[in-house]
Ligand binder design. Structure first.
Ligand code: GDP
Length: 582
């Protein structure tokens, strides 16, 4: 390839801004994406909207068309808007491009009926940390009681069609939410009242169901990025590209999905990406994008391109990408570049993550789908409340070698013989190996596992009051197992131990286990006396501990039903045992 002519950066040549959608669960992030993708879109004719790899592209023409009623017909300077398809923090935190975030602007979705919630605040903190511009979509306005639907209308027009009651309720809620933002140290205001944009963050009321406010959101996204991010949006020849996902495809090797944020990629470009085993230097064999909307259903066939210009989502086929790390930057080797320098640059992010590994040699292994999620997990494990050391990390599917590494820890410190795998596949061989090793552990720990159960003592079935106590009980919930330590409640979060179940009989036959609904006779080895320390009014429950819960979670997943887990969770609350996340 001939040397690229350096492009003169200019305000007249801008790339499309990249936007991601964040917010608490159930605020309507997915629906909002669907809505901006779908409004005014006829079957088979998408107004120029194109589905990309991991993102959706909205050409300026489409945005202009949909915002016509806002009478902001001044020319748009960006060619369009690229919206990342995966809503949530992941897409924001996981994707970096040359050390900084990939997204130029975010939409922070808040449910008008709920206000700020936990993930809203987490998202806010991420946005503040990265210094990323954002717009608040105050979603679900249609849920205000008595809302008069005005499909796809600008919000001010829609508000005019509402009764006084609705408008007052709207005002009340907006004021409340603005106050909540203030408590987080941020000034916000309805965008059409905002006189100090830049100082005060914009709120756009929306409905992802009936489309009110969607034109406003689209226009503001584009106008605001054009206004504040011109420098960042100037088109350059310098590649800014992020690996979204690494996928092994049968018969084709490994393919990577990337978002090209700036520059041009060519077939035949020499690229360098970060790999778990070191930098990967390879050559682009094919640049692929999906077919336009209409043909999206044709599976497995993509359009080939000689070159592609930012910003867009692209599939790259090249050799040797097996160990590529999702969430890191992709570099192109230019004619004047030193490959060695670039190799080092690609590994920077990985190195900073590696440096967090515990040096003591005892700890768990952690595996995640992207560098960003791995980082988040490591941070979580390190936090004082959790404090679990990590000795090994990897990105991508769990292979046999990963299991071997974790098994080595079983000898040193068995509770660390664990792989915490987040959003990754486990190969069948790895699963098999883990199971073999796990079976041994299961046998070893079976004495320490406590299955959750709740037992009701049957009044006429007290056969022996002490040493050992023999009672007829009804299994109200959970699973009753031999060896289970049982206790009774004696107030808020206080329990009195009764003893261990020594035998279980159904119709005079000894059994190992009894299920919910069964009536059984049990023998309890106990220092306590029935009638003195407890009566038929006391329910017997399993005495669980943090350790016993960990053992259940680690080795007895297959032996526990859905209801058992539910009961366990309730007991955990009663016994004040923190959530255990694996
Ligand atoms: P996410 O978890 O943030 O992606 O939320 P979803 O998009 O899955 O939406 C959660 C629920 O809220 C779904 O049942 C949606 O149909 C509903 N929903 C989302 N947006 C709106 C809205 O603007 N109005 C109303 N009434 N419901 C909505």
């Amino acid at each position: 390839r001939t040397k690229a002519v350096p492009l003169k950066r200019s305000e007249d040549n801008l790339r499309s801004p990249i936007c991601c959608i964040m917010g608490h669960v159930d605020t309507g992030k997915t629906k909002l994406l669907d809505c901006i993708r779908g409004t005014n879109v006829q079957e088979g004719e998408a107004g120029g909207i194109t589905q990309q790899i991991g993102a959706t592209y909205f050409p300026a023409e489409n945005i202009r068309e949909r915002t016509r009623e806002l009478k902001a017909d001044a020319k748009l300077r960006v060619p369009g808007l690229l919206v990342i398809d995966t809503p949530g923090h992941e897409s924001f935190t996981n994707l970096r491009s040359r050390g900084s975030g990939l997204c130029d602007i975010a939409v922070l979705v808040v449910d008008i009926m709920h206000g700020l919630e936990r993930h809203t605040i987490e998202s806010l903190n991420l946005l503040k940390m990265r210094n990323t511009e954002f717009i608040v979509a105050l979603n679900k306005v249609d849920r205000l009681f008595g809302w008069n639907t005005c499909k796809n209308k600008p919000i001010v027009k829609a508000m005019k069609k509402q009764s006084n009651d609705v408008r007052n309720e709207f005002k009340r809620r907006v004021t409340q939410i603005i106050t909540q933002f203030k408590e987080q140290g941020l000034n916000t205001e309805l965008y059409y009242k905002n006189k100090e944009m830049g100082e005060i963050f914009n709120i756009v009321p929306t409905s992802a169901i009936s489309g009110e406010g969607i034109p406003d959101l689209l226009l503001l996204l584009v106008k605001w990025t054009e206004k504040t991010l011109v420098e960042k949006l100037m088109f350059t020849n310098e590649i800014q590209c992020t690996v979204l996902e690494v996928k092994a495809i049968e018969g084709q090797g490994t393919i990577i999905d990337v978002v090209l944020a700036n520059g041009v990629l060519h077939e035949g470009d020499q690229i360098v990406v970060c790999g778990t085993q070191g930098p990967i230097v390879t050559t682009i064999r094919a640049l692929l994008t999906p077919h336009p909307m209409r043909e999206l259903r044709i599976k497995g066939s993509y359009l080939h391109h000689k070159e592609l210009k930012a910003a867009q989502g692209v599939k790259i086929n090249a050799q040797g990408l097996d160990h590529a790390v999702a969430g890191t930057g992709l570099y192109v080797v230019g004619p004047d570049d030193d490959v060695e320098d670039i190799k080092e640059a690609t590994m920077q992010d990985m190195k900073s993550v590696m440096s967090r590994i515990d040096k003591s040699g005892a700890g768990v292994c952690v595996q995640a789908s992207t560098l960003g999620s791995l980082e988040a997990l490591l941070e979580f494990l390190k936090s004082p409340a959790v404090n679990i050391p990590v000795i090994g990390i990897n990105i991508g599917p769990v292979h046999k070698s990963d299991v071997r590494r974790a098994c080595a820890m079983l000898e040193r410190k068995k509770e660390y013989g664990t792989i915490l795998a987040f959003d990754v596949k486990v190969t069948p061989e790895a699963r098999e190996l883990a199971k073999e090793n796990g079976e041994d552990k299961k046998r070893e720990t079976s004495g320490e596992a406590v299955f959750p159960c709740r037992l009701k003592i049957m009044p006429d079935c007290v056969f022996n009051k002490k040493d050992p106590i023999v009672l007829g009980v009804n299994v109200l919930e959970g699973t009753l197992k031999m060896g289970t330590p049982v206790c009774i409640r004696s107030g808020e979060s206080e329990f009195i131990d009764i003893g261990r179940i020594m035998s279980i009989e159904i119709n005079h036959k000894e059994v190992e286990t009894a299920k919910k609904g069964q009536k059984v006779a049990i023998k309890i080895l106990s220092q306590k006396i029935f009638g003195k320390h407890f009566t038929v009014d006391n329910e017997l429950v399993s005495h669980i501990t943090r350790e016993s819960v960990e053992i259940l979670k680690a080795y007895f997943q297959d032996d526990m039903g859905k209801e058992d887990w539910k009961l366990l969770e309730e007991l955990q609350r009663d016994f004040k045992i923190d959530q255990i996340y694996f």
